[in-house]
Design a protein around this ligand. Structure first.
Ligand SMILES: [Zn+2]
Length: 339
């Protein structure tokens, strides 16, 4: 297997071309040959040694895995060589009650492709057969390679609300890929969508994919809260910043839900407790999606004509430039790496 990865944690300079022997598919595992990797923020966190991560080196990041099965291990049923598959980005132990009931993200031993295991920055990826779905029709491999993580997480966050139609969704970090998919899904569900971004250049793009209103966070959080409240308050808030949790609590309306799954802005936030319980607000932590979320999200996306926004495809040899482009936030949509 070959691709780009790192031998030690660091910045972009740590990324280098690597070729090592192909992995062997163990019991219940398959090997998938991929044509594309997509860049997610997680790749940069892994490269820099996220939360004291101890990985076997070298390591290949790359969480989105879509491709052709080229080998299967023992006890793999229903999947064979030549099949095209898309992997959920998270998988569990496969043995516990959470895994057997389809809640892998609650498995005490959950793992994420490209984080705990080698991912699609290598051209061959080993994954459990239980983590994959057949690729849906109607999308190219390039398009599908831009979908699993951002789409499934967006779907799960929006699914935290018991009903969507007519409800107001506030999306923080709206110009990021979870933000973009969340807006497209919510629009198709007839939600009222308020997109929050710090980037004025992205406002028109956010409206073009379905945001009813775009609020610039550079106006200050008090101004943002005022505008959201004037719009009736938020039924559901996608909170990826972390440090703004306290403000999200203030903009939630009665019975509102905050889907909390990011710390882009920081890991601490002061929350006014009465503002939380007097409105019966729910803060729902989540860290990833289950395979069932990915399956439902792909079906919904296809039925509603939702296509991924692909900003640029770089040859994987330009991985450093591509990661720098991702960090610069100048693009709108997914950045792919082509093997
Ligand atoms: Zn498990």
């Amino acid at each position: 297997m070959k691709g780009y990865g790192f031998y030690k944690y660091g910045g972009i300079e740590a990324m280098q071309e690597i070729e090592i022997p192909d992995p062997e598919a163990g019991e219940g595992e398959i090997l998938v040959k991929v044509k594309y990797a997509s860049i997610n923020r997680l790749d940069l966190l892994v490269r820099s040694g996220y939360h004291g991560l101890k990985l076997e080196m070298p390591h290949f990041p790359g969480t989105d895995v879509v491709g052709e099965v080229i080998n299967t291990g023992k006890n793999v049923n229903g999947i064979g060589k030549g099949d095209l598959v898309v992997a959920n980005t998270l998988f569990g132990c496969g043995k516990c009650s959470r895994c057997s009931s389809g809640h892998e993200s609650l498995c005490p031993d959950w793992k994420v492709i490209g984080l705990h295991t080698n991912g699609s920055y290598a051209n061959i990826v080993k994954v459990p057969a239980s983590a994959v779905l057949p690729t849906p029709s109607g999308y190219s491999i390039e398009e599908l390679s831009a979908m699993p993580l951002s789409l499934s997480v967006s779907w799960r966050a929006i699914s935290l609300a018991s009903e969507q139609r007519g409800k107001t969704l506030v999306v923080r970090g709206a110009s990021g890929n979870v933000g973009i998919y969340s807006i497209m899904l919510a629009r198709a569900m007839e939600m009222n969508v308020i997109a929050l971004t710090r980037n004025p250049d992205k406002a028109a793009l956010l409206e073009s994919i379905g945001a009813d209103r775009v609020i610039l966070t550079t106006e200050g959080e008090d101004a943002v809260i005022k505008e959201v409240k004037e719009a009736g308050g938020a039924d559901l808030i996608i909170e990826v910043s972390g440090s703004t949790l306290g403000y999200s609590v203030r903009m939630a309306k009665e019975g509102g839900i905050i889907a909390l799954f990011g710390t882009i802005g920081g890991t601490e936030s002061a929350v006014n407790i009465p503002s939380l319980y007097l409105k019966s607000t729910t803060i729902a932590g989540m860290h990833n999606a289950d395979k069932s979320d990915l399956s439902k999200a792909l079906t919904f996306a296809k039925e509603n004509g939702i296509k991924p926004k692909i900003a640029k495809v770089f040859p994987i040899s330009d991985v450093k430039e591509a990661q720098a482009a991702f960090e610069s936030s100048k693009y709108f949509g997914k950045i792919l790496l082509r093997h």
